[in-house]
Design a binder for this molecule. Structure first.
Ligand code: FES
Length: 116
């Protein structure tokens, strides 16, 4: 496992999302209402818009372009026009820092996305 340091946990509000770029990949990193952390691919599977501008509602992220929704904890596509799941990645808190592990995802089909 290779964990990447993202940011201080306090840098993401509860029920919010930020963009995190690493190499030629981009991710969305979330904090839920109870402070748990999660990570997905950054780009919507519909038209490749970044989800960091979306709205976090409970355990979902609503895409800012066409309002498609995903469960950011499982990656499941929940509302049209999105039908393909997001890849998700392990995320954890470590001494107040958020870390994600990006070598393996839950869904290799969407693992890399297009280059930035
Ligand atoms: S680009 Fe995300 S729903 Fe269309």
């Amino acid at each position: 496992m290779s964990w990447l340091d993202v940011c201080d946990a306090e840098d993401i509000d509860l029920e919010d999302v930020i963009r995190f770029d690493h190499g030629d990949r981009t991710f969305a990193v979330y904090r839920s209402a109870d402070g748990a952390v999660f990570a997905t691919d950054g780009l919507c599977t519909h038209e490749q818009v970044h989800l960091c501008g979306g709205l976090v509602i409970d355990n979902t992220i609503e895409c800012p372009k066409h309002n498609g929704r995903f469960n950011y904890q499982t990656g499941a596509a929940l509302r049209a026009p999105v039908y393909d799941a997001l890849a998700t990645y392990p995320a954890r808190l470590n001494n107040g820092r958020i870390e994600i592990e990006v070598i393996k995802s839950s869904n290799s089909k969407n693992n890399n996305g297009p280059p930035l």
